[in-house]
Design a protein around this ligand. Structure first.
Ligand SMILES: Nc1ncnc2c1ncn2[C@@H]1O[C@H](COP(=O)(O)OP(=O)(O)OP(=O)(O)O)[C@@H](O)[C@H]1O
Ligand SMILES: [Mg+2]
Length: 446
């Protein structure tokens, strides 16, 4: 195809495109990305993502850096300093030697609030820190996200199922943000959290004087307040049976009555429901209405547990390490041995449990290098990890000593004296170490 035509296509794609080389240097972005992000091609070209990513910087995170680190395609969300939010699919292009030559990132805009000059920089930064970003490199999760993006634009009801902590709430938010309704509210309702006696009036609202203690003027319910937006009914299995039929009415007739009300309220909402229970089993036990189940299950999306997508574990460890390093202002890194150990764990609490372990390890360990002997992780019960040879353990300990010595003594000459080895071998060992930990060293020496 002619080059000019390719350029026209590049700039007129519906998605933003961000191209990076094998060292993390920006090669170029298309016009759509410029419009989405508020950054120009000119200001980004030639700049390393290692310099562009971080709190108080262009991007809060980067799919490309995770692709470079893990050498696999990655899907991730992140925010920008212009207060935009994106979902990115980064795909590595390998050269014949098997090294990454380019990374092609395709970008979807999840922004709802446009950057407001009145919000001061600190507020934006703290928002960025609190952002929960989604990251994955597994094929299973990528196809889940593809399905979610495909149906996001429709008004179909979606039922998200999966164990606790697999990311149902996060995916519900992502679906809302990629839908036409993203400028309107995402109303989250946890059916297990509202007391049974209140749930009807909370959901459907009430008319004045309908019960003692009610507001005289009546009150709109959550479904009414969500008009035009998305309603996320979390833990749907906990909805009492009589309200299940009322909800069925909402879905079928797109209207309902407030408690004590005579006037039908029209609804304009998109429903996403979630559960970690087996709804079919509850249906067979008479705990959940079968007709409601089929109404909710228009588009079923099943999120696989973490132990069925182990390839996500190293990428998530990297992602959460970056997140908590930023939060606590440190530069810690997990050893490859420890990461391998963690890949083998069952992770019953899924991603929530993994995230907690990473945060706790970063907060409680001393030194920048987190190895297996420093952390206490339920499931890694022995002090000597199984299947890790003495050689690897010694190598890990050596790396740690070198890092500490470098921090303390600074020059290779002083390190050599302190450790009783030659300056040449200090230099050689540090070089190898730095080559294996480019990311860590880069940040440290900025
Ligand atoms: N793919 C992911 N990448 C990054 N973080 C994730 C991912 N999936 C989940 N998380 C994080 O893990 C935690 C648990 O996710 P979430 O609350 O969405 O799970 P859930 O399935 O709704 O759990 P529950 O059934 O207990 O409500 C959250 O802090 C979320 O941000
Ligand atoms: Mg949840």
């Amino acid at each position: 195809m002619d080059k000019k035509l390719l350029e026209i296509i590049f700039d007129n794609l519906y998605n933003g495109i961000y191209i990076v080389d094998g060292k993390g240097i920006t090669i170029g972005v298309n016009k759509t990305f410029e419009e989405m992000s508020g950054f120009t091609n000119q200001e980004l070209v030639g700049r390393s993502l290692y310099d562009l990513v971080g709190s108080n910087n262009y991007f809060s995170g980067s799919a490309s850096l995770l692709v470079l680190e893990r050498k696999c395609p990655v899907t991730a969300t992140y925010s920008t300093s212009t207060n935009r939010k994106f979902l990115v699919k980064g795909r590595p292009i390998f050269n014949p030697q098997g090294e990454i030559e380019y990374i092609i990132n395709t970008i979807w805009d999840l922004t709802i609030v446009h950057y407001n000059q009145q919000i001061d920089a600190d507020t934006v930064r703290s928002q960025l820190l609190n952002e929960e970003d989604l990251v994955t490199c597994s094929e299973k999760m990528s196809s889940v996200i593809d399905l979610a993006l495909r149906v996001a634009g429709t008004d179909s009801t979606i039922l998200l199922t999966g164990e606790s902590g697999v990311g149902k709430s996060l995916l519900a938010k992502t679906i809302h943000l990629s839908s036409e309704r993203k400028q309107k509210v995402l109303m989250k309702i946890n059916c297990a959290a509202i007391p049974e006696s209140l749930i009807e009036s909370e959901l459907f609202g009430y008319e004045g004087g309908s019960f003692t203690g009610a507001d005289k003027g009546g009150k709109a319910g959550l479904l009414e307040m969500a008009k035009g937006g998305t309603v996320f009914l979390d833990e749907i299995s906990e909805l009492p049976l009589h309200l299940q039929s009322k909800l069925l009415g909402v879905i079928q007739d797109k209207e309902f009555y407030r408690v004590g009300g005579r006037e039908a309220q029209q609804t304009d909402i998109r429903l996403i429901a979630a559960t970690n229970k087996d709804l079919i089993k509850l249906v067979s036990e008479g705990q959940f209405r079968e007709d409601l189940y089929y109404r909710l299950n228009v588009v079923p999306i099943v999120l696989p547990p973490l132990r069925e997508r182990k390839e996500d574990i190293p990428t998530l460890i990297q992602h959460f390490t970056d997140k908590y390093n930023r939060k606590y202002n440190c530069y810690k890194k997990f050893s490859e041995n420890l990461i391998n150990q963690m890949v083998g764990m069952p992770w019953k609490g899924n991603i929530r449990e993994l995230e907690n372990v990473i945060e706790r390890s970063i907060v409680t360990t001393q030194g920048d290098f987190i190895s297996w002997e420093k952390v206490q992780i339920p499931g890694i019960e022995t002090l000597i990890p199984n299947g890790v040879g003495l050689k690897e353990m010694l190598a890990e300990r050596e790396q740690e000593i070198l890092l500490q010595a470098e921090e303390q003594f600074r020059t290779t000459r002083r390190i050599a004296v302190a450790l009783g080895i030659s300056q040449a071998s200090v230099a050689r060992k540090l070089k190898v170490l730095k080559e294996n930990n480019i990311d860590l060293f880069h940040k440290k020496h900025q």
